[in-house]
Design a protein around this ligand. Structure first.
Ligand code: ATP
Ligand code: MG
Length: 629
């Protein structure tokens, strides 16, 4: 299949190999595409090209100026679905190469297929590209194009091929054509229509265009070589009859170009230099070159023609990257929509809390190779953690709350209603770059009642348990005092017991606050705590909905080998809990990311979260290390 071109790109490489992608330019890991581009620039392969400011044929560009773009790449999605993380790789690659080499990347909708387009998809694609940090404006021009704008030229190119004896109308049935194509070991057989004259073919082709023939009754084929070892060169079909209304051209056409014919022409009209696609198009490259050479011979297209290069598509474990299958998840309501935070779509990743920087870092880190492989999902999560580590403000949330009552509160502070302000830094010291002003501290209140995690109390502590447990007899039969822990950023407390309901469920945990131990005060360390636990004050804590997302599939390769990916759905991919969060979290703006201490990264949901009123958070990813004991 594909050759293994040596590259320096690492999939899953260790951290210290990683380029500083998110921060820009310092050092980019080289790869075979960069090497090709650098060589082309050195040799001036494309230096003589001219650019007329808009796509067009040879005459059009000849009238233009020398191309201000050193290279031209393009991102050409079909607007038939939402983009996913695989497209993100392609976006970062194409726009990134153009940026790095003084080039321009074209945003092109590959909308030659009349049936599948939708403006909802068009808008979401533009949005995704911009959100990732890229754009199509350069040298004072917009480089946003639609392949369907080239139908007139494509038709002209087809007529040229016919006139020059390079194409013919074939009226065999689809089955006859398939049978005559041969296979790997067997050459194909010429069609009985192959020897028609250019005049006959031209007349027939015009009849096709004018609607004189039924859908599927005939096709236009390139006339190349029915015995070619590459089956794609055995007279591929280039135009078919299809009565369908196109979103851009309406009913103007009842014939449409095949993708393999359209794509090279789109590249050439746009003066693309490096046309980068995934490996499955490798066998199409000879036809790509054949077609552009013929059209350059005929003077229709400028030389030198674009060249196609193939790279390995992204395969990510636990993830599906097929628009069609993702659409099925949406339409079968297995997820809440294209932007469900479990979806690998760009809108899904965004809602989940991924940042553009983390996705760019991921794209850079996995690199570009010529051989297919699977990237572990943890690589993507790792890039996000790395990006958020120094950015996401810290905060405390209690996800499985039980009330802790500090029974001696009034004794110590004079009143049950008394509260004390506590502070903790929004970012740890290590996250503040030199010379950078740290963000203001978080302020939150401690009072008599506090929310703590249910798992932070055990009436009978398991071995090694360091959190709250009540007094109990020691080995010598003597009563030992309850355990002493610190409420993080607050006071040291000593556990005294609990209350339970009729079913035996703990309803309250009881403890004594130890005066003079408040964090940050001189006496703070006078009493030694065995552990510090996270908490939220009952007086200023805010109830929040927290959506605990897990992987959408339980199988690392959910659709490999024709498996039914629906069966691989993880039934526990979403758990919703009612939590309490500290005031700084409740006040979050939609899309704001936080590290919930001990739990991982969370984002205020960009759709449902209402600051201060109805906080809703999504779990982005857990922390690398599991917390506590
Ligand atoms: P799908 O099969 O999901 O519809 P596609 O390849 O048909 O994907 P297009 O809209 O044609 O989707 O793709 C636009 C660009 O994105 C193409 O250049 C394609 O090579 C690239 N691309 C799509 N999927 C991946 C992937 N998994 N990894 C890298 N690039 C991808
Ligand atoms: Mg496609």
């Amino acid at each position: 299949m594909s050759s293994n071109t040596p590259t320096n790109a690492s999939s899953n490489g260790p951290k210290n190999n990683a380029p500083a992608a998110a921060s820009g330019d310092e050092h980019k890991v080289s790869n075979f595409l960069r090497q090709i581009i650098e060589k082309d620039l050195e040799q001036g392969t494309y230096a003589s090209r001219r650019w007329a400011g808009t796509p067009g044929d040879a005459a059009h560009h000849d009238s233009g100026q020398p191309d201000p773009a050193k290279i031209r790449t393009r991102f050409p999605p079909e607007p038939n679905g939402y983009l996913h993380v695989g497209h993100a790789k392609s976006i970062c690659l194409n726009f990134g190469l153009a940026r790095d080499y003084g080039g321009v990347c074209h945003m092109r909708f590959d909308d030659t297929n009349p049936e599948k387009e939708d403006t909802e998809y068009v808008n979401s694609i533009l949005d995704a590209v911009q959100w990732l940090g890229f754009g199509w404006e350069a040298n004072g021009q917009q480089h946003l194009f639609h392949a369907s704008d080239y139908f007139d030229f494509m038709y002209r190119a087809a007529e040229y091929l016919i006139t020059a004896g390079h194409a013919y109308v074939d009226e065999q049935t689809a089955e006859q054509m398939r049978a005559a194509r041969g296979d790997f070991g067997k050459p194909g057989v010429d069609s009985p229509f192959r020897s028609r004259t250019p005049e006959q073919n031209l007349a027939r082709f015009r009849e096709m265009r004018d609607g004189a023939h039924e859908d599927g009754s005939m096709v236009l084929r390139a006339k190349i070589d029915m015995a070619s070892p590459n089956i794609n060169l055995r007279d591929p079909a280039i135009y078919r009859i299809r009565r369908a209304t196109h979103h851009n051209t309406g009913d103007k056409w009842c014939i449409y170009p095949m993708y393999t014919f359209a794509h090279p022409i789109e590249d050439a009209l746009e003066q693309i230099t490096h046309s980068i696609c995934t490996l499955e198009f490798e066998d199409q490259r000879p036809f790509y070159d054949w077609l552009l050479e013929r059209l350059a011979e005929g003077g229709l297209l400028q030389a030198p023609p674009p060249r196609q290069y193939e790279f390995a598509r992204l395969n990510l474990t636990y993830v599906i990257t097929s628009k069609r299958k993702l659409a099925q998840l949406v339409y079968d309501r297995k997820v809440s929509g294209w932007d469900d935070p479990r979806m690998p779509t760009i809108v899904g990743l965004r809602r989940r809390g991924y940042t553009p920087e983390s996705i760019q870092l991921f794209a850079e880190r996995i690199g570009v190779t010529k051989s297919d492989s699977w990237i572990d999902y943890s690589t993507l999560e790792g890039c996000l953690r790395e990006d958020l580590e120094n950015k996401a403000h810290r905060g405390m949330a209690v996800l499985d709350p039980v009330k802790l009552v500090l029974t001696n509160w009034a004794e110590v502070f004079g009143s049950d209603e008394h509260t004390e302000d506590c502070t903790l830094p929004a970012l740890p010291h290590s996250a503040i770059a030199e010379g950078q002003t740290p963000p203001p501290d978080r302020v939150f209140k401690i009072g008599k009642d506090v929310w703590i995690e249910r798992e932070d109390f055990e009436e009978v502590p398991p071995k090694g348990y360091k959190r709250l447990y009540p007094p109990r007899p020691g080995a010598d039969g003597q009563m030992q005092p309850g355990n002493v822990v610190r409420l993080k950023g607050g006071y040291v407390i000593e556990c005294t017991g609990c209350t339970r309901d009729a079913a035996g469920t703990v309803t309250e945990v009881h403890a004594k606050v130890i005066a003079g131990t408040k964090s940050g005060t001189p006496g703070a360390d006078s009493v030694k705590a065995k552990a510090a636990i996270t908490w939220v004050g009952a007086s200023d804590g805010v109830q929040a909905e927290v959506r605990l997302y897990d992987r959408l599939f339980s199988d690392p390769n959910p659709d490999a080998g024709g498996k039914d990916f629906i069966e691989a759905l993880n039934p526990n991919s979403l758990k919703v809990v009612t939590a309490y969060v500290e005031p700084s979290l409740a006040a979050a703006l939609p899309d704001q990311k936080f590290q919930f201490e001990r739990f991982g990264y969370f984002v205020a949901d960009r759709v449902d979260h209402v600051a201060g009123v109805k906080p809703v958070f999504n779990r982005v990813t857990g922390l690398k290390d599991s917390w506590g004991k």
